[in-house]
Design a protein around this ligand. Structure first.
Ligand code: AOF
Ligand code: ZN
Length: 367
């Protein structure tokens, strides 16, 4: 059987309904499932929230009785493991589904091809790779987490068109408009944690809260890189949520119920960032938004630990001041490539979103 235009259309629906789980499924992926009789959709389902039923099970439960052979479209390989729910593959095998269309393998080591193998071994036809790129893009945080076992990092900045986040004296606090800043704040809903350097805290005293919490997702983590222990618990960010206070070895700050202090050696002015990220992943942080400042952002970029950028630009020029990124001094040949770039206009301002992490690379890791 060849994959047809109709099949693509059904997978498009699966991906569209998967998005309904947006912000509620992490650390699980967004998954949608569509069951058809080959001509029309008989039932649909999506993974609604972390710990909830898997998409395929939701769709199977809603399926009307039929004697026909059925097709299933799902943007992630059905699971074979017992996690918070039972294996989807077993339920598919018990049903009338004879053809399963899947966008990509599940990189979760507990699944990773075993679902496809079990389906095939029980006589079900499996078609792999339908809308692969769209599916990886949708769940890029999940794929990155599973493949590299590190948190996915989004770097945010708000600057003038020539890349200045403040004037020389840090006097210009707001560069972009209120409307743009509110959109910037919504980025916090996409991630488990926000990371800033201590200087940003000392200068702006930000709260770093989400606009709205998103149960059953836990409270946001606020990570502060404070090598010299310059900040204190009087700052706003300690008022709500959980704080991870990263300090130079030897500097003591007490760990409380809502504050975890971590100590690392400082080499050339920076922490061993990859080790820190591994630790944060163990704590349960799968995605991080870096919200400043300039040096903090640049250290992560330098170590190739940033996967995505969200840059806001105001149509102004300063010609000098504090740059959004500094000290990288790359040659054009070494320049960090930004792909899948999307640009949106917000009033006078611009919102640019792009990937540093290559979808192609993630794709090759799945094979
Ligand atoms: C599916 N369908 O809708 C989703 C899947 O703890 P659990 O039982 O929810 O399992 C979570 C893992 O299952 C997750 O890491 C991913 O590998 C897979 N997600 N699989 O067949 C779904 N959400
Ligand atoms: Zn499942």
């Amino acid at each position: 059987m060849e994959v047809s235009k109709e099949d693509l259309k059904f997978m498009e629906v699966a991906i569209k309904i998967a998005k309904k789980g947006c912000y509620k499924t992490p650390p699980n992926p967004m998954v949608g499932a569509v069951i058809t009789d080959g001509k029309k959709i008989l039932s649909k389902g999506y993974h609604k929230y972390f710990g909830g039923s898997h998409a395929e099970i939701v769709a199977l439960r809603k399926l009307p009785k039929t004697k026909k052979e059925l097709n299933l479209y799902v943007n992630l390989e059905p699971c074979v493991h017992y996690g918070k729910t039972g294996p989807c593959v077993d339920e598919i095998i018990k049903s009338k589904i004879k053809n399963v269309f899947i966008s990509t393998k599940d990189p979760n080591p507990l699944v990773n091809g075993k679902g496809i193998e079990k389906l095939r071994n029980s006589g079900i036809n499996v078609f792999l790779g339908l809308m692969e790129e769209e599916a990886i893009f949708l769940n890029r945080i999940f794929y990155y987490n599973q493949i590299y076992n590190l948190p996915y990092i989004i770097l945010k900045s708000a600057s003038t068109l020539d890349g200045y986040i403040a004037d020389e004296n840090y006097k210009s606090k707001w560069i972009t408009s209120k409307e743009t800043r509110d959109i910037g704040k919504k980025l916090r809903e996409e991630v488990d944690a926000i990371l800033v350097g201590a200087n940003t805290v000392l200068r702006d005293n930000p709260r770093l809260d989400r606009i709205k919490e998103n149960p059953p997702r836990g409270e946001i983590f606020k990570i502060v890189l404070d090598p010299e222990g310059k900040i204190s618990k009087d700052f706003n960010l300690f008022k709500k949520g959980k704080v991870i206070w990263v300090l130079k070895e030897g500097i003591k700050k007490g760990t409380t119920e809502n504050t975890i202090a971590l100590n690392y050696p400082l080499v050339d002015g920076t922490f061993p960032l990859k080790n820190l990220l591994k630790k944060l992943k163990q704590i349960g942080i799968n995605s991080i938004l870096i919200e400043g400042g300039s040096k903090t952002s640049s250290f992560f970029l330098k170590e190739n630990l940033v996967q995505e950028i969200a840059f806001f630009y105001s149509p102004k020029l300063l010609g000098g001041g504090i740059k959004n990124i500094c000290n990288l001094n790359l040659s054009l040949k070494e320049a960090i490539r930004v792909q899948n770039v999307k640009l949106k206009k917000i009033g006078e301002d611009f919102y640019l979103r792009g990937l540093i992490c290559s979808l192609e690379l993630l794709k090759t890791q799945l094979r």
